[in-house]
Design a protein around this ligand. Sequence first.
Ligand code: GLN
Length: 306
Amino acid sequence: MSLQQTLDQIARQMAALPDKGTVASYIPELANVDPEHFAISVALPDGQILSAGDAETRFSIQSVSKVFSLALALGRLGDQLWQRVGREPSGLPFNSILQLEHEQGIPRNPFINAGALAVTDAILEGHQPREVLGELLRFIQSAAEDSDIRINEHVARSETAHGDRNLALAHFMAAHGNLRNAPALTCGTYFHQCALEMTTRQLALAGRFLVGGPNLPTLPRLISASSVRRINALMLTCGHYDGSGDFAYRVGLPGKSGVGGGILVIAPGRASIAVWSPGLNAQGNSQLGTLAVERLAQKTGWSIFG
Ligand code: GLN
């Protein structure tokens, strides 16, 4: 079976499943998204991009954006970033405040909300939110080689109006001296970053800079090879919060999820994969998105574990 046939088959199988998970409702704009949407795209190093389902419909990438802000932060601050955020799985929900108190305002990793706020705060220092968001957008647009990617202002405003929990995390870090900007400024920038929207096709293309591999000159080189390996390691261990172990077990590839129902998955040296199904599981990760990439990994044999 060709890769295109495999993707078509997965899309048909997902459409037939009655339990599609629950769409996130704590950001009101996301609650309006039709849970029946499904899309999957695979970008290959030879320049091919294959898709099935609604691969031309834009969705809110939410926490998948944390991969791109981390790439910018590592480029700008290097290892200094790790003074402000850890590199261990948290085993707790993405928006938990519990660990932050135990660990004196240093978030466990850059993918839980507290950690992502610290990362955004770090790249914001000395800059205007507009500049930082412009830089992030340009990074993603050049990674995808597509300028038609944007921030959805309605989604950003919707989250700002219901952002108490993230503001609490930011204030708590400020109390521990681990925030350089006003909590509202850092959160406002973070909410806009999360409100980036694109199609699975665009996201799979944007993820190619993480595919790595020495013999793949067609892939965009935006960060160093060691940063590529490190970001992939963090995606594998922390990219799905308290569902990271289960994702690694089932899929065997680094991935980063978002509450919009998107997941960016990297098959190192082989492919960048984006999947979207808005319904979430109990850990806030796309339920059918996970199942779809699990099936794709089974069919292709792609795994970092041999
Ligand atoms: N913007 C969302 C939040 O901060 C992102 C969370 C997510 O996608 N897991 O709650």
